[in-house]
Write a protein that binds this ligand. Sequence first.
Ligand SMILES: [Zn+2]
Length: 306
Amino acid sequence: MHMTKLGECIFLVDVETGGLKNFIASYVLKGKRVAIVETGPTSSVSNLLSALKQLDVKLEDVAYVAVSHIHLDHGGGAGTLIKNLPNAKVVVHQRGAPHLANPEKLWQQSKEVLGSITELYGEPEPVPAERIIAATDGMIFDIGNGVRLKVVETLGHASHHQSYYETLGGGIFPGDAAGIYLKEFDAVVPTTPAPFRLDSALASLDKLISLKPKALYYSHFGEASNPVERLQGYADQLKLWAKIARQGIQRKQSLEAVRERILENDENIRRTAEVLRAHPVLGETVLVNSVQGVMELAERHASLAE
Ligand SMILES: [Zn+2]
């Protein structure tokens, strides 16, 4: 397992789900106590636990496990993880909370949307309801020594999505609100599965930009430079995708045709297409699910306008 020290108190853990490197990150914040941001899925919780051991984290010192949303690759491991952390509470958006307590429906829906990828992630175990903090925008979680996490509600990718602002270093954990960062290309690719909401996603990006973040810690994957420009770039990229999808719906184009036009017009995708196609998860989630998400959005708008 690979770990990187990013700041005075922040460590990145590559949880290496299914052996895939540089794909899913979990972050460990050390104050007087400890907070974990993003668990990754069930199947790699054992890797995360080994990382905690290597970081000399006492399991009873972990106070919070904060997840951006309940999708399996972000919060799926919460139930399994928390069984090992006697004093920790799981922080999740209030609309996501019931699904962590009772993940059966989430698991069924994930299987429908992601197919065999769900096997790579593993089935989520329930988090006992009394150990869940159903969070709202602006809530602050203090782990001592000046390290605090502030909840920033960032809807769009999902209707129960939140990011976290780390007040000491001024970094943001955007979850899936800022796309997927591919470090080797310094590129960002959209994560806009249905039911994607463009207006909410853009409002969320504005909200993150207004915090003037000094660092951006992607769940997929790692720390990215120039946070403000990058968030602005992602907003422009989402608008471009939405525009291409809108034209595609007007011209009755297929998903493949819309994807081709995105490839022609979005240099982030053009530069990374080969790697995305070859990736066991990103090929499907970016090149199929994300394109589908913006097309469904365009279809919804078109039918509203009729
Ligand atoms: Zn997601």
